[in-house]
Design a protein around this ligand. Sequence first.
Ligand code: CS2
Length: 492
Amino acid sequence: MTTRRLSNSTRQALPASAAFPLYDRGGITPGIVHLGVGAFHRAHQAAYVDDCLAAGETGWGIVGVSLRSADTRDALAPQDGLYTLAVRSSGGENLRVVGSILSMLVAPQEPGAVLAALTDPRTRIVTLTITEKAYLRAASGGLDTTHPDIIHDLGNPQAPRTAHGFLTESLSRRRAAGTPPFTVLCCDNLPANGATLHRLLAEFATLRSPDLARHIADGVAFPSSMVDRIVPATTDADRARIASQLGVEDAWPVMTEPFCQWVIEDDFPAGRPAWEKFGVTMVSDVRPSEDMKLRLLNGAHSAIAYLGLLSGHDTVDRAFADPAIRQFVDALWVEAIPTLPKDAGLDTADYTAQLTERFSNTALAHRTAQIANDGSQKLPQRIVASTVECIAAGALPEHLPLVVAAWIAACAARGKTLPERHFTDPLDAALMALLGRDLPTEETVAAVFDLAGFASDHAERQTLIEFVATHLVHLRQGGPALALAALGIRSE
Ligand code: CS2
C-alpha cells in the first residue's frame, strides 16, 4: 500500500495533535533566500519565519537553495515544501508542520534560477547555513584563492558554485539594475560570522573588480548572528515513526530539541520581519552571546564527540552520562568561562545548567560522529581561541587542549578502532598522510597546527602544542582513561 505524501492537499488527513500552518500559503510572497537549506535551517530559521508568516507578515516567505545536493529539494518538492519538525524530549514528541519554505532550488542544476531569486527586488534578506568549511578560508584565515571552486567562480560569474560567487554576482546585478542590496545574515557557527563573511566576500569581489569590492565593503549590511538548536540527523526509524503518527508520509522530517535561540545584530537597511515578537533577541553586538555559545556549547560538544568516540559512545547523551567525560566537561567550562566578556551580563551558571539538561536529552540520540565532522574547521573558535586566551592571561589550561589531542587521536583511529569514514574533514587527505608518518608526537602536533592554521601568529602556539602533545601521548598509550586520569579524573 502506498501512503499519501504530506502536502497542501493532505492537510485534512493530519491528526489534531500535529500543528499545521493555519495561514494561506498561496498569499505568501518570497522575501528571504536561504543558502544551505539543510536540517538545521529547517529546525531553526524556517520555524521562526513560519511564526512571522502566521502572524500576518506575509512578505517573508523563504526560497531555499541547496548549494550541492538535490536531496532536500527532491524530498520536499512533492510535499509543496512542507515538512514536519519533531521536537523531542523525555516528555515526548511534539509535531509541527512548517510552511515557510515556498520553493527550492538546487544550485548546480539551475544556477541562473538561483541568481534570479537573489536578484528579485522582493528578496531583502539572504540567510546562510552552509557549514564552516564552505566559507573556503585558507589556513591563514583569508579567502582560499587557490580553491578550485573560487577559481571557477571568478571565471564563470554567470554560473557560480560557491556562496561567494552567488552573492557577489547578484549584488553586482542588483546594483546595475538600481535595486538596493539585500542584507546578508550569516547563521553559521563562526566567530563574528557576519563580519567574517563580509571580509571574505570583499576579498572575493576584489578579484573581480575593485569597484564591486568597494560596493560590497561599504554598501551591504552583514549583521552577525548566534543561532542555537541541536538537530540530530534524521534516521529511517524517525521517518517511519513520523509517518505512522501523521498518517501521511514525510520524506524528510527534521528532529530537534525544545530549546531554540537566535540572537541577531539589528542592522537591516532593507527591512526585516518583526523577529523580536517571536522570541529572537535583537542586539547591537552579538559577540558575547556568540562566544558563550561557541566556547561552552560547541566546545563541550566537540569534547563529548571525540572523547566519546574514543570511549565507544555513539551518542551525546551516553557519552555525557559517562562520569569521567561529564567531569571533564565541567572542568572545561571552568577553564573557558573566564575567557568570556565579564561586563556583558552573561549568566554562565544558568547557561551551563541548561547545557547539562540539553546534553542529557536521551530522546535526541545525537550521534557523536555527526559532531566529529570537520574538526579542523570547528576547533579554532570552539577550543583553540579560548585556550590561547587562557595561556595569554597566565593560566595553565590543562583540559581544553585535550580536546584537540582527542580530535587528532579520533582522526587517526579511523580505519582502525573506528570505521574508516566514520566522520570526515576537508583536510582529510593531508591529515591522514601526516598521521600515517611515524613522527615524534610533538612534531605531529606542530604539523597538524600548521595544516589547520591553529593559533598561527599567536605567541602561545608553542605552549599549546606542548599541552596537546602531552595529552596525545597519554591517549596513544592508554586511551581516554589514561589521558583523563592524568588530569585527576577517574572512571568510577
Ligand atoms: C554541533 C552543532 O555538529 C556540531 O558541531 O556542535 O551543530 C550544535 O549542535 C549546534 O551548534 C547547536 O546549536
